[in-house]
Write a protein that binds this ligand. Structure first.
Ligand SMILES: [Zn+2]
Length: 76
């Protein structure tokens, strides 16, 4: 049996993890928190927001034209 790895507490999520010699990222972060996904996350979120705004604008436009049709039909 090999030597156990030292147990560290993650500086980000406070979870205990084994500090393995080949662990990527910071020594005081668990493997989950070492994954460099923050920039892509923000990028994806920004892109989703833009899509959402576009979808909302299209939905509003569709509703407006539907109401316009309704009013027009009622008038005639
Ligand atoms: Zn963590």
């Amino acid at each position: 049996m090999s030597m156990p790895f030292p147990i560290k507490v993650c500086a980000i999520c406070s979870e205990e993890f084994e500090l393995k010699p080949d662990k990527p990222g910071f020594a005081n972060r668990c493997p989950e928190c070492s994954v460099p996904d923050a920039p892509t996350d923000a990028e994806a979120r920004r892109r989703m927001d833009a899509d959402e705004r576009k979808a909302t604008a299209e939905a509003n436009e569709a509703r407006r034209s539907a109401i316009r049709d309704l009013l027009y039909r009622k008038d005639s």
